[in-house]
Each structure stands twice: as C-alpha cells, then as structure tokens.
Design a protein around this ligand. Structure first.
Ligand code: GLU
Length: 352
C-alpha cells in the first residue's frame, strides 16, 4: 500500500513538472511590429491581382493566425501602415529606436517586423546595422494580399514567429524569413516582381530553412556583429543618391548631383562597377567637390574589387564590395553620419 502511494506521489510530481514546463511563462515574449505591405494588403476578390498594400491592421493580422500563440506570448504594435515603396529614413529611425528601447527595457525576447516586400531587404539591412542587441529580429512579408486565394502571408507570419522563438536564431543578426527560407539581411534581395519565391541571397544562398515547424540553420555571416551605428540621436541621415550605369550613358545625372548639396553617390556600374569615359569624368569632378563616390554593380551579384579596371586610388573612389547599390547607399549614409574619412568608410564596406 505504501509502495503504491509512493508511486502515485512520484507520478503526480512528474506530471506536475511536465505541466510546468509547458506553462506559458516559459514561452518567449515576441512583439510583432507592423509596418504595412502586402501582408497587410486587401484586394477586391480572392482571385483578382489588384489590391491595396497596408490596409489590414496588426490585430486582424494576428487574429488570422491563432497558431502563432503556440510559439510565444505575442503582442502587436503598429509602427506604420504603408506600402514599402514609401518606406523612408524617418520610419527606419523610429523602427530602430523602438526595437532598441524594447530590448533595453527587456520587454521582449524577440521581435518580428511585418513589412512590404519592395524594400524589405533595405529595412532589414538598416536594422542590422543599427539594432544594438543580439536578440532575434525577423522581417517577414507576403507576395499575395491577405484576401487572395492561396495567400502566403499567414504561413509566412507563423514561420517568422517560429524563427523568432527558436533559440538558434540568437546572434544571427537581423534576418528575413520568407517562403520557408531564412536569409541574412546583408545579402538578401527581391529578385522577382510577383513570384512567391522572390527572395534570394544571390551571393551565398539562404542561411536556414523552416519546414513543418522545424527551424534549421546551415550558415552564419562572419561579418562582425558588434559593428553598429548609434542612431538614437539622429533625425535624418546625410543624403546619398544612386546613379545607374549603362552603355552610352551621358554624364548629365552625375553632373546635376555634383552641383547639389548631396554627400554621396553610389554608382551602380556595369560589370565590376565600370563606367564610360564621360561618366567617369563627371564622377571624378564630384569627388573634387567633396562628394563620396562609391562604385557598386548593377549585375545583382558579385564583388566590386579595388584597383581592377579602375584606378580607385587616383580617382578617389571607394567600392561597395558585394553590397547591392541600395544597401551600399544605406551603409554610406550611416558611415557619413559618423565620419567623412574615406579610408574609414572604405573599411566599413569590408567589415560591416
Ligand atoms: N509594394 C508593396 C510593398 O512593398 C506591396 C508589395 C509587397 O509587399 O509584396 O509594400
């Protein structure tokens, strides 16, 4: 009798411990910051392609995917409600400062940012350079609006929450979770206007995969995660514009910019960041006026190598390494907010 009682007591304690392990207190606290985009888009019907981005509020998005509550204590905040073609530096600063504040006040263990896909890669890289904490920040979006047949937003949101909740997502920097893949923010880019598998990392591939509720990582960026910019006191960034290179381009765009008050030009050059003679001359003039000129490429992948076909030292140019023009612009703006020393800025492109 005594033995049976003891057995009952041990079983009861075991069940109690198991139940405690599953208690919601142990779940990670995840805040979802919503900014708009197709994931919050609403269309006329299930089959029509036309829709308006940034219509569905955060609470409706969360209610549409109740399964997310199995992976964390979820709360939502609406930061913006825009199509991401309207994303801007003011909203980037607001987002970065809010995320830093949330982690500083220990209000969350991870953050998911819902975002339009057009500029998702830019916001991800901006946050990667400005969020001061190692905790997971996961950007997610959708290619089909929430009202469409076979919409991808609900699944993508659930996957992003799983990624955010997974302890393996610590120390990966800011990442993008889309279409069952996880991407490093530095390399990811939108490659198709409408395809569901639009996001790719052309240089190095996805760093991880999500399938059937399981998050698996395969690679991690070796760029120094401690290299960050402090934007807490900034209300704007030095202006940097992008100029596209092509056969027989005239120097007009560069000359106009060189006569404006901008601080930097990212030149999206042909091949290894090349330009024709008239554009090269105009870029050289821009450098003489104190504008930082950074050569990048329009090819969509690969590095720009210093002193290859172009005498960068003589012309005073810097190179973007393997960053796309739109990401090189972000790193150049942030670098210029701290220094105008070109050799320091060049080092940033090889280290950040
Ligand atoms: N252009 C809109 C945006 O970037 C919709 C595209 C999308 O989210 O997929 O927010």
């Amino acid at each position: 009798m005594k033995k049976i009682f003891l057995l009952f007591l041990v079983s009861f304690a075991f069940i109690h411990i198991q139940a405690q392990d599953k208690s919601p207190k142990k779940m990670p606290r995840i805040i979802i910051l919503a900014t708009g985009g197709t994931i919050a888009g609403s269309g006329e019907s299930e089959t029509k392609a036309a829709y308006t981005a940034g219509k569905v509020p955060i609470d409706d998005l969360l209610n549409a995917v109740p399964q997310i509550h199995n992976y964390g204590k979820i709360t939502g905040e609406q930061i913006a409600q825009i199509g991401s073609q309207d994303m801007n530096i003011t909203t980037w600063l607001k987002l970065a400062n809010r995320i830093n504040q949330i982690f500083k006040d220990n209000l969350a263990d991870a953050i998911v940012v819902t975002h339009g896909t057009d500029t998702q890669e830019e916001t991800a890289y901006f946050l990667d350079l400005t969020v001061q904490y190692e905790k997971p920040v996961v950007l997610v979006g959708a290619m089909r609006p929430s009202t469409a047949m076979s919409q991808d937003g609900n699944r993508n949101l659930l996957d992003a929450v799983m990624v955010a909740a997974d302890p393996k997502s610590q120390d990966k920097g800011v990442i993008v979770s889309m279409n069952e893949r996880i991407f490093d923010s530095r390399d990811v880019t939108k490659t198709s206007t409408t395809n569901l598998g639009t996001f790719q990392s052309r240089n190095f591939g996805p760093i991880g995969l999500i399938y059937d509720g399981k998050v698996s990582y395969y690679y991690k960026s070796l760029r120094d995660p401690a290299k960050k910019f402090d934007v807490s006191k900034l209300t704007s960034l030095p202006q940097v514009e992008i100029v596209y290179g092509y056969a027989d381009a005239s120097p007009l765009t560069v000359t106009c910019l060189a006569n404006s008050p901008i601080k930097g030009i990212v030149y999206a050059g042909m091949g290894n960041g090349n330009f024709n003679a008239p554009v090269g001359k105009a870029l050289e003039e821009a450098v003489k006026k104190g504008i930082v000129v950074c050569r990048s490429n329009r090819a969509g992948s690969g590095r720009i190598t210093l002193e290859n076909e172009v005498d960068d030292a003589a012309l005073g140019f810097i190179v973007a390494d393997d960053l796309s023009p739109q990401k090189a612009r972000i790193l150049l703006m942030l670098s210029l907010s701290e220094t105008s020393d070109k050799s320091k800025i060049q080092t940033n492109f090889f280290e950040y």
